[in-house]
Structures are given as C-alpha cells and as structure tokens.
Ligand binder design. Structure first.
Ligand code: NAP
Length: 344
C-alpha cells in the first residue's frame, strides 16, 4: 500500500509518499481500505509540532521527543472493510465504514487496521465517502465539549469563537440542534457560511470584540485560542461557562480556579474520543441535523498541497483527501451544505 509518512517535524515537505506492506488484521481487528481522509488541525499540530502557548514540552512528550512517534498521520477516514480478524463479528468485508483513529492517527494511507470495538461505525448510505470522512474530528470534539462537558441546555445563548473552522462549524450546528441561540464569531468573508449552517447572529472578529458587549452569553466556546479568560469572563453571565477547546496552558491550568472565583466556570482539556460520541454525530449527519462543511477536496497525490492549505489556519470546515479513485464518481455536493471552494 501507499502511505504518507514523516520522520521529522516541519512543513508539508517533511511528508514522503512511500510503499509499505499492507497490514494484516489481528483477531480483533478489521482491515479498512481508506476511500477518503482529512487533513485536520490535529495533523497540522503533530506534523509541525505547533502547540498552544506553553505546551511545547507536552507536545514533544505526546508526539515524540526527538522525532514523530507515529509515522503516518490522518485522524479521520471513510472506507470499506476489506478483511476481518477471526474474532470479529460486528463488521464484515464489504461494509462501508467511518473510522476515527484520532490521536492514534494512521489514516493517510491506502489501508489501516483498527480494533473492531474501536472508533468505527457503519457509514450511512445517505452520506458520501467525502462527507463521511469530514465528520469525526470536528463533530466529536464539538459534541463532547458542548453536551458532555458543557451540559448545554436549550434556550442558552452560546457564542462560538472560530465558527467557520472544523470544530467551530460543528459547534454551531450541534448547539443549534440542541436548542441554543447561537452567535458565531468569524471573518466577514465567512459570515454567510456561518449563517447558512444555522447561526442566529455573526460577529466579524475584524470589526467587533465580543467581550466588549458585556455579559451576554451563558456559554462561550473558543476554538481559535484568541479568547483568553481575562477577556472572555466579561462576556459571560453569572454562572456562565467557557469551553476552552483551544487555549493557553496558563488558562487551562489556572483558568478554572479564576473562573470559580468569578462565579463562572472554565472547562478545558482534551475531547474524549469515543465510539459512542462518533455514533451520535454520524446519526445526526444521517438524519440531516449536521452537515460537515467541506472546504476543498484533494486527491491522494496532492497530500502536501492539502497540508499547506490547512497550515494557513484559514480553512473553512474540513479539508478532504480522496484516497481511492472509486469515490470520485460518487462525489456530490449536499444541497444545504455550504460546501465552499476557497479561493485562497
Ligand atoms: N481540546 C481538544 O480536544 C481539541 C480537539 C480538536 C481540536 N482542538 C483544537 O481546536 C482548534 C481548532 O481546530 P479546527 O479543526 O476547528 O481548526 P481549523 O478548522 O483549522 O480552524 C480554522 C478556522 O479558524 C478561523 N479563524 C482564524 N482566526 C480566527 C479568529 N481570530 N477569530 C475567529 N475565527 C478565526 C478561520 O476563519 P478565517 O479564515 O475567517 O480567519 C478558519 O475558518 C485547534 O487549535 C485544534 O488543535 C482541540
């Protein structure tokens, strides 16, 4: 099989397309032929070792001290099961699936093996392979933070900072689905996109500072690391919560205590990657309650260009990479999805 590997941290040019033996599934594993994957913010961080302020050392401990520990990137995939281990009963060859290797990576390859009881679900017919691959990273993070950690309630006023990104665009849709009144913070260029996916209001971050309006929100979600607690606290009502999906180490360590002293809460940390959450967001997509935003689709041979686009920090939703030619014929645009071909 062909796969993209890297052996040192750096820009997209550290990636090499190499031929490797196709892995053989163990008794509890499935072998998946990858049809589509994404280049996510997780891939960008692991490849470039770009970490939130103050987390450089933690980054090296997680991704590899001297060189990358996991040579193949790729947090998301859709594809078809090609073989199953002797003990596997839940999947069979030919099943179309969605996988979320997440922090385990490995999806930037023609094949991957994953535990059958891991983060794999059957792909609903209604979703194309491109759409399916664009679900896990952003939507599971959004769902876990908003619903599990943040305990979002219907009727709450929620502000999503970074509403046009992968995680932010999923936060907007999931918060809206659960009955929140949603304000998205994005650039003026992305305002139509953010309104189209369900935001009630948008704030252009180049024009307005949302923290200057006074206490407006029950919940503020930061997905871009531009809303430190010292400023965001002014935007929260008493008992309000901040969900720090991206933030500085200092805020993640000390922000919780500072927030308590203010009569508010700050919730940070890492999204728990679980098959239960994956199942929920895939069901939402299947039911038409969540549309993964796709910015651009690249072919497998264009992996470096896909990384370069993600490196700009300005992608809209998700960047998909098609791994097999089979899905090109099935590629389609979802009517209500603001699928955008970005001009940058
Ligand atoms: N805690 C966790 O477990 C967890 C899990 C997943 C992701 N994350 C982190 O969450 C962050 C977001 O991930 P992602 O995949 O959503 O990133 P992404 O898709 O790359 O985010 C890009 C988006 O951010 C917007 N943006 C850039 N600067 C902005 C600003 N100042 N204000 C508002 N929007 C701005 C861009 O819009 P414009 O082009 O208009 O600027 C673009 O649409 C990353 O740092 C990632 O590491 C954390």
């Amino acid at each position: 099989m062909y796969a993209y590997t890297y052996s040192k941290y750096g820009g997209p040019d550290v990636l090499n397309c190499v031929e490797l033996p196709t892995p053989t599934p163990k008794a509890n594993e499935v072998l998946i032929r990858v049809y589509a994957t994404t280049v996510s913010a997780g891939d960008w961080r692991a490849r470039s070792l770009t970490m939130p302020v103050g987390m450089g050392l933690i980054g090296r401990l997680v991704f590899g001290v001297r060189r990358p520990r996991k040579p193949i990137l790729g947090t998301d995939l859709s594809g078809v099961v090609e073989a199953v281990g002797a003990d596997v009963t839940t999947f069979q060859p030919g099943d179309a699936v969605i996988g979320f290797p997440g922090a385990g990576f490995g999806a930037h390859a023609e094949h991957i093996v994953m535990p059958a009881d891991g983060k794999i679900v059957h792909k609903p017919e209604a979703l194309s392979f491109d759409e399916a691959a664009a679900i896990p990273f952003g939507a599971t993070t959004a769902h876990d933070f908003l619903i599990n950690k943040g305990k979002l309630r219907a009727g709450e006023r929620v502000l999503i900072n970074g509403a046009s990104g992968s995680t932010g665009s999923a936060c907007v849709q999931i918060a809206k689905h659960f009955g929140a009144e949603v304000t998205g913070v994005c650039s003026g260029a992305n305002a139509d996109l953010v309104l189209a996916i369900g935001a009630d209001h948008v704030i252009d971050y180049n024009v307005e500072d949302f923290t200057k309006e006074g206490p407006q929100y029950d919940m503020v979600v930061d997905t871009v690391e531009t809303a430190p607690w010292a400023r965001t606290r002014h935007a929260l009502v008493p008992n309000g919560r901040m969900l720090m999906i991206a933030g500085s180490t200092s805020d993640i360590i000390f922000g919780g205590l500072k927030a308590r002293l203010d009569g508010k809460r700050l919730i940070g940390g890492v999204a728990s990657e679980s098959v239960e959450v994956l199942r929920k967001v895939v069901q939402m997509a299947s039911d038409g309650h969540f549309h993964p935003v796709i910015d651009r689709c690249y072919d497998f041979s264009q992996m470096m260009a896909a990384h370069a686009h993600v490196d700009t920090g300005h992608k809209k939703g998700n960047v998909v990479v098609t791994v097999t030619a089979e899905i090109l014929s099935q590629r389609r645009v979802v009517p209500t999805l603001p699928t955008v071909v970005a001009s940058r």
